[in-house]
Design a protein around this ligand. Sequence first.
Ligand code: SGN
Ligand code: CA
Length: 688
Amino acid sequence: MRPFHAIASLGFAIAAASALPAQQPLAGARPNLLFVFSDDHAAHAISAYGSRINQTPHIDRIADEGALFRANFCGNALCGPSRATILTGLHSHANGFCRNGNVFDGGQPTFPKLLQAAGYQTAIVGKWHLESTPTGFDHWVVLPDQGQYYNPDFLTKAGRVRMPGHATDVTTQLALDWLERRDPAKPFVLMCQHKAPHRNWLPAPADLGAFRGRDLPEPATLFDAYDNRLPARAHTEMEIARHLTLHYDLMVPPTPAEAPTLADLDRAYGQQRARMDDAQRAAWDAAFAAEDEAFRRENPQGRERVRWMYQRYMKNYLRCVHGVDRSVGALLAWLDAHPDVKANTLVVYSSDQGFFLGEHGWYDKRWMDDECLRMPLVMRWPGRIAAGREVAQLTQNIDFAPTFLELAGVPTPRGVHGRSLVPLLAGEPPADWRDAIYYHYYESQATHRVPAMYGVRTASHKLVRYYEPGVDGWELFDLVRDPDELRSVADDPAYEGVRRELTAKLVALRTQYGDDTGELLPARFPQSAGVTRIVAVDGGYRLWANAPGGWAVRPQALGQRFEVTTTLRPLPGKPQQNGFVVLAAAGSADGSVGADPARWRAGIEFGAKQLVVLGPMGGKARWAGALPWDGQAAVALRIAVDLARRELVAEAAGVRVTAPLPTGFPGFAALGLGASNAETHFTEIAVR
Ligand code: SGN
Ligand code: CA
């Protein structure tokens, strides 16, 4: 813990600040930027933030010698989206990267690109996770996708290279090597981005000894029953008890009897081990053998088993954090050895979002709960940022880019959502600083099954709207009385005024940031997945599916023979368009369309100029015909189904594709629109 926390009274803070020599100006000073970033590192696993479970002396040192942001949050608690926001200063809907698996548009302005143009040397090493090739970096060596912990492959300008060692150590070394070889005449941006402590938590051999022989305290809500909140919380698939896997997540070796029967993620246990070399595997086995044996012998059940799993999960997570903290120590030591560089370098430590460390019985993130909404943020710049400064204002990852740009004296592009933190670093918070932050999470019906939501958080309250059909609802939390967010007061009459006030703030923020995503026209399309916006325009719909195979449908009686028609219109400036009429097969369990109905899609891939029919399960059955079409004009699409002939025929621009329906096909019971990672305009579907 930092010594100031217990006595952080305003008077003390002012006294401490006034004892310092006059600070030099920050804006336009063109410091170097050493941006150390990790993945899923919750602030409550950092001792500077008062962690109850671990010590992070090197990260704490940044805070002690500089500033600590008490109320810093992400705008979308997921890896890719947070990174895209940091680069652009824009919330997800505006930078186009709403969920993992989207492809970052590297053509848009980013802070590294703007600093590069202003004479900085720019480099990124480690996790990237934005799919497209990094732009704006003179030097990049990045992990493909999530990357591997042991002996990871890296993508470089010269191709894919496997590097021996643990990802955290290798990434640190890549950063140190670049610091040594950079051009000392130019200021630099170095983004050192760790994979750790991301799932599945595989610490480096050097950190395996930490937390041995003692139990970590459990969070008060390890056994949460999810009462008094959105019912969908109980269906989230991130419970330690039910979803954390013994072999893949906790690396307990399967017994010979278990080995051939491993399911799902657990099958990757062997692949994880196979990546280790003999010495690494031996270190791993030596560290865990006794503990694993005791677990097998005692074979705890029920709550005792959850407690055991919590300990193993948390210790491995914290061992990964230990490695990240060691990395910070190595980078700070390099700066200590290069005092001229140190004096002119802003060191930042942060992580893409927080994480549930057993709270509510969970791991992972995505919800707007503080555990994962909060991002740690500490910054040091000797002589420029007063040591021990605490920033209490509400700040967000949209603010990072404008801050770095202002420090470099580069104007922030118009329309950027964030605001420079420079005045807060200088201890001069503007009177009109924001009183609420905005959040929007999109990756629903994907891994962990967290519904899409948007919301607002002030210093004292949080209002969240879940907008998907079937999950439609609100939560309101009083963060002062209920800091663990265990009881939504959305429908409590005592909070009517608060709810009204926060709703107004939410509407105002959505207007301010121009976010009209999260509107799905549920009255017309009562079921949808992977769709982030449907707008009724020009007698039809503009549909933005930001997932592969996103769809929105309504139940509809469709007979033995029918024909549907619509016209698809390419939208200007949207190169990746496509659009489909979606037909869902009858007979899903409750007569409605389930989460994964047997869907047939017939439509157009604009870029490829193809007429496509996709059977259930997407690519497993696929027919395509090349369209003679300029790719610009609107195209009429006709789909005719004849159940007696077991035939689905799609037709557009004079091209016809016929797809056989399987024997015993039950017919179609729902109809709607779809797209894959694209936004497209459709006219109203006509059925005959
Ligand atoms: C993987 C993880 C998930 C995690 C996502 C997103 N599963 O899919 O648990 O939520 O990444 O994480 S794993 O089995 O592959 O570890 S993110 O930080 O990249 O957004
Ligand atoms: Ca992450």
